[in-house]
Ligand binder design. Sequence first.
Ligand SMILES: Nc1ncnc2c1ncn2[C@@H]1O[C@H](COP(=O)(O)OP(=O)(O)OP(=O)(O)O)[C@@H](O)[C@H]1O
Length: 592
Amino acid sequence: MSANNIKQQSAFKSLLPIFGFVKPYKLVALSALLVLLFTSGLNLLLGQGVKYVIDNGFIAGSVEQLTNAVFVMIALIVLFAGGTFTRFYLMSWIGERVCNDIRKAVFNKIIHLHPSYFEENRSGELMSRLTTDTTLLQSIVGSSFSMALRSVLMMIGGLVMLFILNFKLTLLVMLCVPLTLLPLFFFGKKVRKLSESSQSAIADISTYAGEIIQNIKVVQSYTHETKEKAAFGEEVEKAFTVAKHRITQRAILIAAVIGLTFSAITVMLWVGGMDVIAGRMSGGELAAFVFYAVIVASSVATVSEVYGELQRAAGAATRLLDLLNVKSDITNKENASLLTWHEDAHLKFDNVTFNYPSRPEVAALNSVNLTVEKGKVVAIVGPSGAGKTTLFELLQRFYDPQIGNISIGEQSIDSLTLDSLRHTMGMVPQNPVLFSSDVWHNIRYGNPSATDEQVIEAAKRAHAHDFITSLPEGYGSFLGEQGVRLSGGQKQRIAIARAILKDPSILLLDEATSALDAESEFHVQAALNELMQDRTTLIIAHRLATVMHADTIVVMDKGQIVAQGNHQTLLKESKLYQRLCELQFEHSGKLD
Ligand SMILES: Nc1ncnc2c1ncn2[C@@H]1O[C@H](COP(=O)(O)OP(=O)(O)OP(=O)(O)O)[C@@H](O)[C@H]1O
């Protein structure tokens, strides 16, 4: 078996599991197939109708027979049209249904995957799996497959009819059909390749434009408009050049197929016409013969077209199935239990060492031991890259440490269900994430079943109510993508309101490093104080006020805890803490 053959076989094999998605709709699929058989049979019968109309109507010169024949033809055509409607509707329905089911399956898979998966796979690529790849499969299931099946049936049926009608002429057709297919083989492949590069050129255009639009302020502030216009123009011209090649090849292809097909039909008419003149064949038979020959030729053309498409779809199917088969690194263990959170329970990092999977050579955390008593506030300080955020990531089990253990009370966090673990934690990140929706939705994200009153109450406690009510549509105001219509301090207060609504027992706060004006700062601080009440809090601190309020301060450097204590003792005992204080506190009241 040639390598090419093996490749093709495995290509089609990879499409098979996709048909597993058709299973739930097997009744619809079966009906569609039956209708397809029915319409293919009718289509072939139409050829007999043509023969009947010509021989019994025109040539016999009988008006009555002609009229009867035409009525029969019309009845056949109505049935054919009705059947085609049903087949098209059912097949396309299955295509759309399956495509959307696959989309759901892929999304449902992605949403549970471990975060490091997204570091290795770009989000744009995952998006294109959800959209482009599934659409390709939709066309396979919804149309190409049925086209291929219909064409194969028509080809076989048409050939049988041809042989019955005229053996000699059929042999001639068998010679002509491959001839008309020659240009399809020569140019078809080229056209396909060019349309792929045309698609990727268009994708480049949209990526480019997307990036510029997203960063429009940077572009304008560096006055790069002219440069960007020229660069974008170049991208567009590249796409146009590829498109030009593609349409040239396609135009040649169409012209060649038309030229060859019509020449072949003319030759056939000539040879067949001789037979008619010699009385070896009737005029109706010749017409029916041409009818079937065209059906056979176009069926072969369709099969070869669809064949290329199937190969392309096989690629999409492989990519989608690969994605559907990815196993999340972070899952519930077999006997995962619910978190039981006692009065005296504490958080504990026990000799934790961790490397990010994408950076196996550097330890982001190195033998970290830390205990946080229930209800206490622990501030974590340290230079950038010290591993502060990593502590939070591990606590929420976005990653598992390679060595050591993290526990809450007596329960190791990897023995808990992910839901119960994450349910007890509330995270307010440095740059709060807001969804492009209204304020209701963004705050209610903390607790989807909260009533309007509860949302407003949380906003009040987060010192956000006043600014929200002064927005044009109050709580119904749309916040724009990533909350672009709010200031940094406002975004933080929305995120705090969200956390208040979630009402977590353990709070993970990452203070914003960006400077807020005095009033914003006051509100954010007040909101944070409100939020921290009666909760176990870990806070990555950048502000003096926060550090002063903490029960314990943990100093981190290069993945290790280098000192622990209160502000006064650390000032005396930790050189790094002293340095951090000198650098920041004295000047701005901030620690960075
Ligand atoms: N997703 C990641 N993949 C690989 N390395 C990472 C990843 N996230 C962080 N790191 C690395 O791990 C180390 C600790 O990072 P971490 O974000 O915990 O530091 P940090 O103390 O929170 O810093 P900052 O105050 O700047 O946020 C750094 O060296 C960082 O480059």
